[in-house]
Design a protein around this ligand. Structure first.
Ligand SMILES: Cc1cc2nc3c(=O)[nH]c(=O)nc-3n(C[C@H](O)[C@H](O)[C@H](O)COP(=O)(O)O)c2cc1C
Length: 378
């Protein structure tokens, strides 16, 4: 019997058992129309789920139309969007992975160009080609960066309505057949912009001290948990630190995580940054696993499971993160775009699948014979 490497051990969360610890990190495709999925999303998720991951988290899906980052974002703000997302959940499950989805609201970082069209706020030239800008909203009427739209400051009534929008999107995600849900509380988008003192300068019940700044995240979580069945896991993605002086710190993340646990969150997905700059599009040099320490801190200091993400590239490294108890799950983003078969190749590299038995039959049979003919792909 082969020993199962930590990376390939199943993980039970409530009534769901993930077949391994490898997760597709949520990745916007900016390819939807009116929030609806299309053939691109079908193919994208077929490819990723076939690659052998345990969990696929579908891209940040907007809970209301003005909460999209770009015109190409997916949405679950109306019932018509459920059928398309149900197709995606079914595709992921059919190819052997657990289907999950992230729901979010872009706040003051909404109304932006698709990354490859400029990656800044929409303007007149975008309007001329049919991508009109729209009014953004945020806890405080301050733009994200120079040149970005100035958001409207949300009123108390509007904030309560947004909490309801998150809950309604969660109910639709369940209807669509997803088995795991993640609340997007990171990267400078709406929830994070309430959490961080850099972007929240309110003095009412939604701002001020840390407790006040956490209030929106907690209200959303409570409302979402109310709509998300007890037997299904709920994750929360946090920007563990702002990387800005005077900003949100890891101690704040720990404090938040403890309260989220009390509200029924099962795991914290530990990203960072984004409140005052781009995250994944940043051009600063980063090391492999540069955010793992945050997942490790959450796992050590709280009763929650944690997920590490960010430049996790090497199967041995990924396995060690789980084996050493630094995180329960590892999420990969860009590396899976480059190589969707990374999980199956990791199984091979870790001597867990020497004969391609885990590959889909139409591929594995041939690859096994190729290896036995003396070819070593590793
Ligand atoms: C194309 C693309 C789209 C992304 N969209 C999202 C998103 O929808 N939600 C989110 O929380 N993070 C998003 N991210 C960040 C990734 O989930 C991940 O945290 C980041 O890419 C770091 O992991 P990596 O080094 O493995 O790519 C996106 C990243 C990429 C490359």
């Amino acid at each position: 019997m082969l020993e199962t490497p930590a990376l390939f051990q199943p993980l039970a969360l409530r009534g769901v058992t993930l077949k391994n610890r490898i997760v597709v990190s949520p990745m916007c495709q900016y390819s939807a129309l009116d929030g609806q999925i299309n053939d691109w999303h079908r193919g994208h998720h077929t490819t990723l789920a076939r690659g052998g991951v345990g969990l696929v988290i579908v891209e940040a899906t907007a809970v209301e139309e003005r909460g999209r980052i770009t015109h190409g974002d997916t949405g679950l703000w109306n019932d018509d969007q459920v059928a398309g997302m149900a197709e995606i959940a079914a595709i992921i499950a059919r190819h052997g992975a657990t289907p999950g989805i992230q729901i979010g609201h872009a706040g003051r970082k909404a109304s932006a160009q698709r990354p490859w069209e400029g990656n800044v706020a929409l303007g007149q030239s975008d309007a001329d080609r049919g991508d009109a800008p729209w009014q953004t909203v945020a806890p405080t009427a301050e733009p994200f960066m120079e040149g970005w739209h100035c958001p409207d400051e949300l009123s108390d009534t509007e904030i309560v309505a947004l909490v309801d929008a998150f809950a309604a999107a969660a109910a639709r995600a369940h209807k669509a057949g997803f088995r795991m849900l993640e609340i997007h509380g990171a990267h400078g988008y709406l929830i994070h912009s309430f959490l961080s003192p850099i972007s929240n300068r309110r003095n009412d019940r939604w701002g001020g001290d840390r407790e006040g700044r956490m209030a929106f995240a907690l209200a959303v979580t409570e409302a979402v948990r109310g709509q998300w069945p007890d037997d299904l896991p709920l994750f929360f993605r946090v920007s563990s630190v702002d990387h800005v002086e005077g900003g949100w710190q890891i101690e704040d993340t720990i404090a938040l995580a403890v309260v989220l646990h009390g509200l029924g969150v099962d795991a914290i997905d530990c990203s960072s940054g984004g409140v005052a700059g781009m995250v994944t599009a940043a051009r600063v040099k980063r090391d492999q696993g540069f955010q793992v320490a945050y997942a490790e801190a959450v796992k050590r200091e709280t009763p929650l499971a944690s997920m590490a993400v960010g430049l996790i590239l090497d199967p041995g490294h990924a396995n060690a993160i789980v084996a050493e108890g630094r995180a329960d799950l590892v999420a990969l983003g860009r590396e899976l775009l480059r190589n969707p078969f990374w999980p199956l190749q990791a199984a091979e590299a870790l001597d867990f699948d020497p004969d391609y038995g885990q590959w889909p039959d139409p591929y594995g049979w041939w690859l096994d014979r190729r290896t036995k003919s003396g070819f070593n792909p590793l």
